[in-house]
Design a protein around this ligand. Structure first.
Ligand SMILES: [Zn+2]
Length: 103
C-alpha cells in the first residue's frame, strides 16, 4: 500500500512516499531551477556556462529570499492565530516554547 510509505525526504510516516510539504518543496526547487534557466536565456551569454550559472544563481538567491520572507510571514501569522486560540480556550501554558533561533 503506497500510502503506508514514509516520506523519503523527511521521514514522515504514512506519507505515500512523499509528504505534502516535501512535495511542494520539490516543486519549488524545480521552479527555481527553471526560472534561472529562463532568465539566463534572456540575459546571459548562453555560450558562456559561467554567465549562465551566474544568472541562475542570482535568480535563485532572489527567489529563495522571497520564499523565506513569505514563509516567515506565514509562520508569524500562524503563531499569532494559535496563540489567540490557546489563550481563548486552553489553560495557560507555563513555559511557552522559545522562538526558534534563525539558522
Ligand atoms: Zn516530507
Amino acid at each position: 500500500m503506497r500510502q503506508a510509505l514514509a516520506c523519503e525526504d523527511c521521514g514522515q510516516q504514512q506519507a505515500g512516499g512523499l509528504c505534502e510539504a516535501c512535495g511542494y518543496r520539490r516543486r519549488t526547487e524545480a521552479a527555481i531551477v527553471e526560472a534561472g534557466l529562463v532568465a539566463a536565456t534572456w540575459s546571459a551569454d548562453l555560450t558562456d556556462p559561467g554567465d549562465v550559472a551566474a544568472v541562475s544563481a542570482e535568480v535563485r538567491a532572489t527567489m529563495e529570499r522571497e520564499i523565506a520572507d513569505a514563509r516567515a510571514e506565514y509562520l508569524r501569522r500562524a503563531r499569532a492565530e494559535r496563540a489567540a486560540r490557546e489563550t481563548g480556550t486552553a489553560a495557560a501554558v507555563p513555559n511557552p516554547a522559545p522562538l526558534q533561533a534563525s539558522a
